[in-house]
Design a protein around this ligand. Structure first.
Ligand code: CA
Length: 229
């Protein structure tokens, strides 16, 4: 899950970004409305966390312009303003939810997950492929009803592959979803995660496997679909 955080208070932004990344989200943090627009132009975010008081614009103006342009990305508004008017204006401008600063990290995580689970949101609760099930809320994977532990980036790869099981997932889409901006992504790093994941799945008795389509991407399928004999 890739999130955009638009927040100009640096320490607060770092706190939010770290907290969300510990929960398995990939977070791009920017500190102006302008850089937020640049980020949105290159990445399709799963949700946006938007501060209202930004140095170059009012967050509500940004939000209104996105909604006017038909962008339905879920938006959680963060603000220190506590007036009922601001809350109403935020929701009227197309915000999906609203959180007043200060807040507990657990509260933010819960609200983000709730947004992603809404109709049109990307977060289904539990996804399954073959004998593998992935609880995207608990970030827990079970194979044949046994929980197995998977490191965070491999988990990100598995989630994307499971959400598109039976379809090709281009390599750059995987890179995009599991790394944020400003991180060096070595050219073979997705391959490394896929290869580890493949061994882990096989070792745990999964009846799905990850196929490499050289130069294109990856595909998760049940073994029986590719080997009908
Ligand atoms: Ca601010």
């Amino acid at each position: 899950m890739r999130l955009l955080l638009i927040e100009d208070h640096e320490r607060f932004a770092n706190f939010v970004k770290d907290g969300l990344e510990k929960e398995g989200f990939t977070v791009d943090a920017v500190d102006t409305g302008g850089s937020g627009e640049d980020a949105r132009a290159t990445v399709q975010y799963d949700a946006i966390i938007l501060d209202l008081g930004l140095p170059d614009t009012d967050g509500l103006n940004l939000l209104r312009s996105w909604r006017d342009a038909g962008d339905k990305t879920p938006v959680l508004i963060l603000t220190a303003r506590d007036g009922v008017d601001d809350r109403v204006r935020g929701l009227n401008s197309g915000g999906d939810d609203y959180l007043l600063k200060p807040f507990a990290m657990e509260e933010l995580v819960a609200r983000i997950r709730a947004l992603l689970r809404r109709p049109g949101g990307v977060l289904g609760l539990v996804i399954t492929a073959g004998n593998v099930s992935f609880d995207t809320t608990a970030r827990e994977v079970q194979i044949n009803d046994k929980t197995i532990s998977i490191p965070r980036r491999e988990l990100g790869v598995l989630e994307q592959l499971m959400r598109r099981a039976g379809r090709v997932v281009p390599k750059d889409v995987l890179e995009d979803k599991i790394y944020g901006f400003g991180k060096e992504v070595s050219s073979n790093s997705v391959e490394v995660h896929v290869s580890r994941l493949r061994k882990r799945l096989a070792g745990a008795g999964a009846n799905v496997s990850v196929h490499t389509l050289r130069g294109v991407g990856y595909l998760l399928s049940e073994e029986s679909t590719l080997n009908p004999q």
